[in-house]
Design a protein around this ligand. Structure first.
Ligand SMILES: NC(=O)C1=CN([C@@H]2O[C@H](COP(=O)(O)OP(=O)(O)OC[C@H]3O[C@@H](n4cnc5c(N)ncnc54)[C@H](O)[C@@H]3O)[C@@H](O)[C@H]2O)C=CC1
Ligand SMILES: O=C(O)CCC(=O)C(=O)O
Length: 428
């Protein structure tokens, strides 16, 4: 297994360890995933041929509760990537004080090359293959890159079919009509927005004077772009996997979202579609977007985007990590020296799993909340933990990332030690 990403991910923990007094047992415990499953999923394609896809599910740690995390469909999905993402989920759930451990799953494929029905057979096949590894009190699935509520609905239905009982709590991010929570599809962006608002007010930054660039225009990035623009932030650049667009005066985000539904790429929206109302704009690559002269940079696509190679070219003063792991450890060091404030993924994008938790609670109770209730509870959680992490960072004089790991570690160690280990060593 290529350890690169996981090795990098676990280095974040090592830095935090020097600021907390934590038992050797807990440290040892957190070094390894609890269980990793690799499966082969046979899928009958529309042309009659049979294709085998590789899928993964990693449950990293369940000391604080059932494990929780999304399922990713992407050509780069590997055991190393899924393990890293499961590790981050463990800390994210602890930082937000959710009664969950961390997990993640994925299938290696380019979903854009499959028909809807092939995707349905693949998603159901994935659940067949991992059914003994998941469950509402064991491990709970959710959406991530290139998966969505429709896919979550299929997965929930497949699991329920296998169990011979409707089991909504095994998957969150489902359609509202079959037990999903209001506000889950906007939760990652809404949670990030609360963090940004909190921090910008600490620095007396007015939205209309704050320029923003966002890499990634999917569930998280596009929704956040729209929220920020709605509240007067100047979103000057956005991108998707094909590249991006920039307009000095600020972009018309609702028009871009509308146009993107009908065109394949972001640049096509501007170059070929006259529905969009930007007058002056230019196209740019994803790499160029990261080094734009803006106040706020928001990576909201994939990991390893800001590395030792381009970190010194970043001009933004604030980076909010909506993607998981977009900045490598080496880049982190460079940015810290440059005085850039980096707000870490395990806080910034935690709105998604927080509302997933609310969905799971609603599924267990059978009583459903209004959107206002969901967002009010989300706001309370995001504001409280942003403030806690800010205070730890001030108190110890450490980066916000290290502060977030210190915060998560303290909660994890309490749970690990309280549970104890089942292997006793009797001296003498
Ligand atoms: N959806 C959720 O609830 C949560 C998502 N996240 C993280 O947010 C990030 C984005 O996830 P979603 O928005 O859900 O995925 P999505 O599948 O809805 O959108 C992904 C976006 O990234 C773009 N993209 C893909 N490769 C790219 C590249 N190389 N450069 C630039 N853009 C690229 C795609 O074109 C698309 O616009 C991921 O890191 C994910 O793990 C984190 C927490 C929760
Ligand atoms: O909603 C969830 O359970 C997990 C979302 C996720 O995969 C993430 O936060 O990275």
């Amino acid at each position: 297994m290529d350890k690169a990403l996981f090795t990098d991910a676990s280095q974040r923990l090592e830095k935090a360890l020097s600021y907390v007094s934590i038992s050797e047992d807990a440290i040892e415990h957190l070094k390894y995933p609890k269980a990793s499953l690799q499966v082969s999923i046979p899928v009958r394609m529309d042309d009659g041929s049979l294709k085998i896809f590789s899928g993964y599910r990693v449950r990293y740690d369940d000391s604080r509760g059932p494990t929780k995390g999304g399922v990713r469909y992407h050509p780069n999905v590997s055991l190393d990537e899924v393990t890293s993402l499961a590790f981050w989920m463990t800390f994210k759930c602890a930082v937000l004080n959710l009664p969950f451990g961390g997990a993640k799953g994925g299938i290696t494929l380019n979903p854009k090359q499959l028909s809807k029905w092939e995707l349905e057979r693949l998603s159901r096949g994935y659940v067949d293959a991992i059914a003994n590894f998941i469950g509402p009190n064991v491990d709970v699935l959710a959406p991530d890159v290139y998966t969505n509520e429709i896919i979550m609905g299929w997965m929930m239905d497949q699991y329920s079919t296998i169990q011979r009982q409707i089991t909504p709590g095994v998957v969150t991010g489902k359609p509202v009509t079959i037990g999903g929570s209001l506000g889950r599809n906007t939760a990652t962006a809404t949670g990030a927005f609360y963090v940004i608002e909190n921090i910008m007010s600490k620095f007396d930054r007015l939205p209309r004077e704050t320029t923003v660039a966002i890499q990634g225009f999917g569930n998280a990035g596009a929704e956040l772009a729209e929220l920020l623009a709605k509240f007067d932030y100047k979103v000057v650049a956005v991108s998707d996997s094909q590249g991006g667009i920039y307009a000095k005066q600020g972009l018309d985000i609702p028009s871009i979202r509308r146009c993107k539904q009908f065109t394949k790429g972001m640049q096509a929206v501007y170059c070929q579609d006259t529905v969009c109302s930007i007058i002056e704009h230019k196209t740019l690559t994803n790499t160029e977007l990261l080094t734009l002269d803006v106040d706020v940079l928001i990576p909201a696509a994939l990991e390893n985007q800001i590395t030792a190679e381009n970190a010194d070219k970043v001009k933004a003063k604030f980076i909010f990590e909506v993607a998981n792991g977009p900045i490598t450890t080496a880049a982190d060091r460079i940015l810290e020296k440059m005085g850039v404030y980096v707000f870490p993924d395990i806080l910034v994008n935690a709105g998604g799993v927080t509302v997933s938790y609310f969905e799971w609670v609603q599924n267990r109770n059978g009583l459903y909340w209004t959107l206002q209730e969901v967002n009010q509870r989300l706001k309370e959680k995001m504001m409280t933990e942003t403030e806690n992490i800010w205070q730890i960072s001030q108190e110890f004089g450490v980066s916000l990332r290290t502060a977030a790991y210190i915060h998560g570690l303290n909660r994890l160690e309490e749970a690990i030690n309280t549970k104890g280990t089942r292997n006793y060593y009797v001296n003498g």
